[in-house]
Design a protein around this ligand. Structure first.
Ligand code: BV8
Length: 233
């Protein structure tokens, strides 16, 4: 029987790294010589929609074609299945590897690569193929109105109320595979700690916010996640 009643886990790109999905800041932070922060913005999409659509088409193809959940995703889904308390998984990632591993109570705060959003109606639909300005929208049939269902820099993350509720109610907060550089996600550890939660960081190396956590385990997520969550069962 776990000593915790309500657990919130926050994952970042590091949890999908061993599935072959590049992280944001481990490489040179560039894509086709563009700074990623310059591609993931509404301004970039307005200025050069073709470039931004190509960036997401390439990542969508990789996700659909070659990426699979790794032991870190599987260990989280397994723990959630057997945990008697409340378990909330918040991910900054836009891949569907947590779903494919079996995670249930999952919040995609930065959106989902395998969904499209209609600029006219706001409708969100599943989307596995390429998308560009000639792709008709399935809901209103118009051309040039589809965008990736992704939260770009400067846009409001999704489900923030649900996230804040979970952070206030949890007694354990675990951050996995995130550099702690992007807000508001990077501030979640402080909110959870302010409400009395124990805080743990599982990462390849100390993140930007490592000193905000009470406990740390460093190493690849495919090892540290199972090792840590086994101590909770
Ligand atoms: C918002 C979708 C208002 C796109 C993403 C100045 C100060 C503070 C904030 C700001 C500021 N200037 C601007 C801001 C706000 C801005 C921000 O934080 N900018 C940063 C760059 C300073 N934030 C926003 O704009 C957000 N919106 O603020 O709206 C608001 C505020 C509060 C409440 C309501 C509204 C929106 C941000 C969302 C942007 N979209 N993703 C896409 O994916 O294409 S963010 C993007 O970065 C990804 O989601 C990614 O997940 C996320 C964070 O990166 P990480 O996941 O941490 O990935 P990273 O590569 O950085 O790190 C990987 C880590 O894994 C590393 O530590 C590495 O060591 C580790 N690792 C690697 N391999 C492994 C591993 N760990 C374990 N095992 C391994 N094998």
């Amino acid at each position: 029987m776990s000593r915790y009643k309500s657990i919130v886990v926050l994952t970042g790109a590091g949890v999908s790294a061993e599935s072959g999905i590049k992280t944001f800041r481990d490489g040179d932070g560039l894509w086709e010589n563009h700074r990623i922060e310059d591609v993931c913005t509404p301004e970039a999409f307005a200025r050069n929609p073709g470039l931004v659509q190509a960036f997401y088409n390439a990542r969508r193809r990789q996700l659909v074609g070659a990426a699979h959940p790794n032991p870190a995703h599987l260990a989280l889904a397994e723990f959630e299945r057997q945990f008697a308390g409340k378990f909330t998984l918040i991910t900054q990632n836009v891949d569907d590897l947590h779903e494919r591993a079996g995670s249930q109570n999952l919040i995609h705060m930065h959106g989902e690569l395998l969904k499209a959003r209609c600029l006219k109606t706001g409708a969100v639909v599943p989307w596995n193929e390429d998308m560009d300005s000639t792709t008709p929208c399935p809901c209103c049939k118009q051309l040039g109105v589809l965008r990736p269902h992704i939260v770009w820099f400067g846009e409001m993350p999704l489900d923030m109320e649900k996230i804040e509720m979970a952070l206030e109610q949890c007694d354990l907060f675990v951050a996995i595979g995130t550099s702690g550089q992007v807000y508001p996600a990077a501030g979640f550890v402080q909110l959870a700690a302010a409400y009395g939660a124990h805080t743990v960081e599982l990462n390849l190396e100390p993140s930007q916010g490592h000193n905000l956590f009470s406990e740390h385990y460093y190493g690849p997520a495919s090892q540290t996640v199972r090792q840590y969550f086994e101590t909770l069962s």
